[in-house]
Each structure stands twice: as structure tokens, then as C-alpha cells.
Design a protein around this ligand. Structure first.
Ligand SMILES: *Cc1c(COP(=O)(O)O)cnc(C)c1O
Length: 345
């Protein structure tokens, strides 16, 4: 029996067509710029996101790091969310390797950073202060439940960035989920950004990789930063081949994952021992919590669900995160709801 794995969309594995495309991909030395499959992926990603050029990188973490290294110098400052992935889950790479100083601003429940807080965080010219160089947003905002951040807000932040001569980066690990949920073409959604990273290996289910896009000059710099980090890969077309399918096909079906997440949320909302606001389930993430009356902790329930072949992530003592993806089908959602109902009854 297949494992029903809702811990993350990163646990998704490639489709048979991806594996075939990987086996048959034309390849070359990508450090020489000669891998035709990588070149196609980078060009297609740039075109889809409405930017000049793209760079295939090993992970979302590497994409964000090379973006920050290309935008900022040592001692420069980046304004970013206090619950942003780059601030919390990327091992402090921007500081450790870039000497870049983070200026966290509080992430709101709707995934935005307040515009006035961003304005206040921009440093005036003063010998005491680091130089503000970059603003970074995340879309969807993972830590508040995969909330998509709308174009009007991104445009407003872009306006602030331009007024102050700053750059705007979007950590769009799940930007196609955001575009799908908002019904906004992805290129329009990120039009105000100077650079965007997105993951091929989450909801788009390629086995490895992310793409960073931006202007040609910026991508030239980022390519250098990638080389410094040891990310110059050779016949990487084998990986990019799966990424092409991810970008061409998997971006078109994310509404299915969102519908499954909603189904799960609505089912959970009917259980008295569960606390959830199904209205906040807008993409492929479902955050919920056990009430006192559940009589067990989230880690204990997660452990019990393994007996049903269901894997889910306890976020803390009471809270859960469940993430839908290509390999989670409608009937799996019904099985998950049945198992939870049974364990909590
Ligand atoms: C997953 C994720 C990343 C990093 O991606 P990896 O490929 O795991 O390094 C960056 N930002 C956000 C918002 C993510 O969800």
C-alpha cells in the first residue's frame, strides 16, 4: 500500500514521464554553458516569469542565497519577514557566507509585511547604520499556512523599493501555487520583482532543483555566486529534464492539490476536537490544531496515524501541518479523515 505522506510537498517523487525524459535528455557541460536541456529550462523559466534570464540551482535555499549574494555586499542589509524561510530555515547562510545583515519585519497573518514597517526599516544614510539594499518577500508565505500574497501588495512593495533605490527579491518557492490560487498569471504576479526563486521539487514534483530568474546582468552575477558555492553542475540536463516537465505540465494542475487541501480542511472542521479555520486554506497547506478535549498531543496522534500508513507533521504540541501534492488523491483525503476521526473518537 502506498504511503499517504502529507508531511510536505517535497516528499513527492517524479512521474514515469519525468524519469524517461531524464534518461533521454541531451546533455553537455553546463559550466561551459553547453547543456542544451539546462539552457532550455532556464529560458523557459525566464519566459514564464517574465524576466530576461534564468539560473538552474540545486535547491531553493541555494537560489535565495545566490540572489542575496548577487544583490548585496558585505555589511549590506536585507529587509525580510521574521517568519520568512530565508530568515528561519536557511541556516543563516546570508550572514554566514554573504556577511549580509537581516532586518526582520513581522509577518502578518495574511502573509504580508506591513508597508509602513518596511518603510520604517529602510535605513537613512548614517555612518552608524548598515546600508539597506534589498527587500525580500515570500509567496506563498509558508509559515502562516501557505497564504498567497496578491499582486497589488507586491506592486506596492516594488514601489517602495524603487523610491529608495532598493531591489526586490521574491522567494517564490511555491509561486505557482500562489498564481493558481489568485487566478493571476505568474509573470504579472512577480512583475515588480527584480528577482524570483521558485522550486521545481515541491508541488511541481521534479526530484531536484530550483530556478532563479531576473535581468541578464543579475543572472550573470548570480551564476558567479553559484560557482563560488560549488553549485556549478556539469551534465545537469539530467535533472533539468524533469524540471521542464514540472514547469510545462505540473504548473497547470495545482488547483487539484488546493481542492484536496480544502476537502481535508472541511472534513477536519467537522470534528469537535480539532481547531481549524478552513477559510485560511487557500493553497496546498492545511494548518490545524488539537483541542484539549482531543486527549492527546499532536506528536502522539502523528505516531498513531503511521499505523494507517499516514504521515503528517506535528508542528508543536498541538499543531499540525498537512501538505497536499500530486501523489495525494481524493480517496486518500477520505482515508485520512476516517483515520483521524477514529483515533479521536
Ligand atoms: C522549501 C522552501 C525553500 C527552500 O527550498 P529547498 O529546496 O528546500 O532548499 C525556500 N523558501 C520557501 C518558502 C520554501 O518553502
Amino acid at each position: 500500500m502506498d504511503r499517504i505522506d502529507l508531511r510536505s510537498d517535497t516528499v513527492s517523487w517524479p512521474t514515469p514521464d519525468m524519469r524517461r525524459a531524464m534518461a533521454e535528455a541531451p546533455v553537455g557541460d553546463d559550466v561551459y554553458g553547453e547543456d542544451p536541456t539546462v539552457n532550455r529550462l532556464e529560458a523557459l523559466a525566464a519566459e514564464k516569469l517574465g524576466k530576461e534570464a534564468g539560473l538552474f540551482v540545486a535547491s531553493g535555499t541555494m537560489g535565495n542565497l545566490v540572489a542575496v549574494l548577487a544583490h548585496c555586499g558585505r555589511g549590506d542589509e536585507i529587509i525580510l519577514g521574521d517568519r520568512a524561510h530565508t530568515h528561519i530555515y536557511e541556516a543563516g547562510g546570508i550572514s554566514a557566507l554573504g556577511g549580509v545583515h537581516p532586518r526582520p519585519v513581522s509577518v502578518q497573518p495574511d502573509g504580508t509585511l506591513p508597508l509602513d514597517a518596511i518603510r520604517r526599516a529602510i535605513r537613512p544614510v548614517d555612518v552608524h547604520f548598515p546600508r539597506t539594499r534589498l527587500i525580500a518577500l515570500e509567496n506563498t508565505q509558508g509559515t502562516v499556512g501557505g497564504i498567497p500574497v496578491p499582486k497589488s501588495y507586491i506592486d506596492a512593495v516594488g514601489e517602495i523599493a524603487r523610491e529608495h533605490g532598493l531591489k526586490l527579491h521574491i522567494d517564490g518557492a511555491r509561486i505557482f501555487n500562489a498564481a493558481t490560487a489568485l487566478g493571476c498569471p505568474v509573470a504579472e504576479l512577480v512583475a515588480a520583482a527584480d528577482s524570483v526563486t521558485f522550486c521545481l521539487s515541491k508541488g511541481l514534483i521534479a526530484p531536484v532543483g530550483s530556478v532563479l530568474v531576473g535581468s541578464r546582468a543579475f543572472i550573470d552575477e548570480a551564476r558567479r555566486a553559484r560557482k563560488i558555492l560549488g553549485g556549478g553542475m556539469r551534465q545537469a540536463g539530467i535533472l533539468a529534464a524533469a524540471g521542464l516537465i514540472a514547469l510545462e505540465k505540473m504548473t497547470l494542475r495545482l488547483d487539484e492539490d488546493h481542492a484536496h487541501a480544502r476537502m481535508l480542511a472541511e472534513g477536519l472542521a467537522e470534528m469537535p476536537a480539532i481547531e481549524i479555520d478552513p477559510g485560511r486554506v487557500m493553497t496546498n497547506m492545511v494548518f490545524f490544531a488539537l483541542r484539549e478535549e482531543a486527549g492527546m498531543t499532536a506528536p502522539a496522534l502523528a505516531e498513531r496515524l503511521k499505523a494507517y500508513n499516514i504521515w503528517m507533521m506535528a508542528r508543536d504540541d498541538r499543531g499540525f501541518r498537512a501538505v497536499t501534492h500530486y501523489w495525494i488523491r481524493r480517496e486518500h483525503i477520505a482515508q485520512v479523515l476516517d483515520a483521524i476521526r477514529k483515533e479521536l473518537s
